[in-house]
Design a protein around this ligand. Structure first.
Ligand SMILES: NC(=O)c1ccc[n+]([C@@H]2O[C@H](COP(=O)([O-])OP(=O)(O)OC[C@H]3O[C@@H](n4cnc5c(N)ncnc54)[C@H](O)[C@@H]3O)[C@@H](O)[C@H]2O)c1
Ligand SMILES: O=C(O)C[C@H](O)C(=O)O
Ligand SMILES: [Mg+2]
Length: 601
């Protein structure tokens, strides 16, 4: 359950008691307005507005209310569902994505209202997992551009190109180079679907004004041979730029963005590991940015790990005793480990070190130890010393490690579907935990380490289960339900972005990220957690984001990072109670409703 009534319902009530939204200025007239999805109201333009804006005669005469337009869309959506019954999942998902995308391209206010009010149903279409399918098929699906594309061919031009974007103010940018799209690998320019999906979640969950978002693709080529040979491929047809040439492109983009919008926040998304870590190190002190796969994922996973301790009825301090096996030593797995190790270190007064602690790291070559030749520097802190291992050695397989360690938690961020096979899951029955936890966090659905049904049927009914992509709850056949949690960074990145924006911080610190994770960890009640419900329902995402955003603002104030936003300065932020900060954040969330349009020359 959400802590407050569903946000949409609350906003609707608020609207009833408040005046009509203020006017919006528009520099266009006539058909130019109808073709601009930001201003277009379709048949919803009142007659007086049609007169003012030169729209008379350009629309059928009847004026349709917003509510009626909303219902008409939902009816078409339901008809589509009926008409596609029996078709392949892929066909159905893409059909649903198309109808939503078409609405976006026509009428953004209606699109975002439909999305916010039906977020549980539509998130899997506009975000994970369908967004993966959209990226794979992007060149064929492409109709209209969304966002900006900076390519290797634009070197030297970015400082002026950035002014081609029509909006004066941009608050939130999601940037990808398409090199590691979900678990699907290098999809080149087709990866633009990910920034678009993430930013739709920013609008839906954090209420960032869609006029102030910017999805960006940095196209430095692709190493995906199939795409390079595809005549329909829309990206630059060359192998990826590497080394200094690559970094100089990202540098130029970051400089250009911050010249035009000095306080814009840039979320790095789905970069291959080497560039994910390198760019985070390179920019985090210079710009307001974070890497969602490393830092957002870490916070969501840490919240889940703390939840598993509570689900066992143990105090949080027992986190120090939990044995946790992480499968996948990429940007996400290493991000999770480093945040978890920091938490352990804080709890134990700094006495724990990563390598001899309770964590075990496995990559494609098995258990990671100090004996590994060419050990990735980022993995060094988590490599086990073979002397500390009894009965396990360098490169031990997942099944060998699980059998030997009997972990409390088995967490997958490998990008490989089925790695938690029946044998591995059955071995989790021997876990030392009363509630063994299985986190199959890789995306999209086909890349999950196991499905929910596999987890409950092989590992037992007393497990806690979480996955990165959504799965249905599992009917355990005895009147009980195996609860499926969605451990996805969508529970944190919107709050990290919104909290940073409203605090006016110039950097996103570890303290702000920790506050976000701790806030999510404490969101659920003990009663829910003991039933195995570690994360809130996605229906509550605006409420969660308000709380997470407030926690980020508080941390930014405490660390003297906050400079304030708009009329609200550091002092006002510092004087707000926790509840007032949550209300402040909630009150700054944009909500889609038609505003009266006023023509301005
Ligand atoms: N749920 C979430 O919120 C979330 C967040 C971030 C990433 N992810 C998912 O996590 C996955 C990995 O992302 P990443 O950025 O870390 O990727 P990455 O490519 O940087 O790392 C993948 C890691 O998995 C390891 N691996 C590959 N095959 C393996 C196997 N058979 N057994 C064990 N390990 C194996 C690789 O050695 C590598 O260490 C992706 O599917 C991504 O979608 C999920
Ligand atoms: O995009 C998601 O659903 C989560 C995460 O950022 C990922 O890369 O898988
Ligand atoms: Mg990602």
């Amino acid at each position: 359950m959400c802590k407050v009534v569903r946000f949409a319902a609350a906003a609707r009530l608020r609207r009833l008691s408040t005046a009509i939204p203020g006017p919006c200025k528009v520099q266009k007239r006539g058909t130019d307005i109808l073709h601009d999805p930001w201003f277009n109201k379709d048949t919803g333009f009142p007659l007086t507005e049609r007169d003012r804006l030169g729209l008379r005669g350009l629309l059928p005469p009847r004026v349709i209310s917003f509510e009626h337009q909303y219902d008409r869309f939902m009816n078409s959506y339901r008809s589509l569902e009926k008409n596609t019954r029996g078709q392949s999942d892929k066909f159905v998902s893409l059909s649903k994505w198309r109808i939503l995308n078409r609405l976006h391209d026509r009428n953004e206010i209606l699109y975002y209202r439909v999305l916010i009010d039906n977020i549980k149903e539509f998130a899997p279409i506009i975000y994970t997992p369908t967004v993966g399918l959209v990226c794979e098929n992007y060149s064929g699906l492409f109709r209209r551009p969304r966002g900006m594309y900076f390519s290797a061919k634009d070197k030297g031009e970015m400082m002026s190109m950035i002014y081609n974007w029509p909006s004066d103010q941009v608050d939130m940018i999601v940037l990808t180079d398409g090199s590691r799209i979900l678990g699907l690998g290098d999809l080149g320019v087709q990866g633009i679907g990910i920034p678009i999906g993430k930013l739709d979640m920013y609008v839906a969950a954090a209420g960032i004004n869609p006029r102030k978002i910017l999805p960006v693709m940095l196209d430095v080529g692709t190493n995906n041979q199939k795409l390079l040979e595809d005549p329909l491929y829309l990206g630059v047809r060359q192998p990826r730029w590497e080394g200094e040439a690559y970094l100089s492109i990202v540098d130029e983009f970051m400089e250009a963005v911050h010249t035009r919008w000095p306080k814009a926040i840039v979320q790095f998304e789905d970069f291959q590991m080497k560039w994910a870590f390198e760019t985070l190190k390179r920019y985090r002190e210079r710009f307001c940015m974070f890497n969602d796969d490393i830092q957002g994922t870490a916070g969501v996973a840490l919240a889940g790990l703390l939840g598993t301790v509570r689900s066992q009825g143990r105090p949080l301090s027992d986190f120090l005793k939990q044995k946790i096996v992480v499968v996948g030593a990429g940007s996400a797995g290493l991000g999770v480990l480093s945040m978890a190790v920091q938490a352990v270190s804080r709890m134990s007064g700094g006495s724990e070190t990563a390598a001899n602690s309770q964590f075990f790291l496995i990559d494609k070559d098995g258990l990671v130890t100090t004996e590994r030749s060419n050990l990735d520097p980022a993995a060094v802190p988590f490599a086990k010393n073979p002397r500390d291992l009894e009965g396990l050695s360098e490169g031990a397989s997942v099944i060998e490690v699980v059998k030997k360690v009997k972990p409390h938690v088995l967490l997958g961020l490998s990008g490989v579907g089925g790695v938690f096979n029946a044998e591995v899951l059955k071995a989790m029955r021997e876990s030392v935990s009363t509630k063994p936890a299985i986190f199959a966090m890789s995306n999209p659905t086909m890349n999950a380490e196991c499905t929910a049904i596999e987890a409950f049927s092989h590992a037992g009914e007393n497990i806690v289960f979480a996955s990165g992509s959504p799965f249905e709850n599992v009917d355990l056949g005895n009147g009980e339900v195996g609860h499926v949690n969605q451990a996805n960074n969508m529970y944190l990145f919107p709050g990290i972005g919104l909290g940073t924006l409203l605090s006016g911080a110039r950097h996103i610190t570890d303290g702000m990220l920790r506050a976000a994770a701790e806030c999510l960890a404490s969101y659920m009640t003990d009663e829910d957690v003991q039933k195995g419900i570690l994360y809130p329902s996605i229906d509550c995402i605006r409420d969660v984001t308000a709380e997470v955003g407030a926690a980020v603002v508080h941390a930014a104030v405490a660390e003297k990072q906050a400079e304030g936003h708009g009329d609200v300065g550091f002092k006002e932020l510092a004087n707000m109670s926790k509840e007032e900060t949550v209300e402040y954040v909630r009150g700054n969330m944009w909500y889609p409703e038609y505003c009266p349009l006023v023509h301005e020359k």
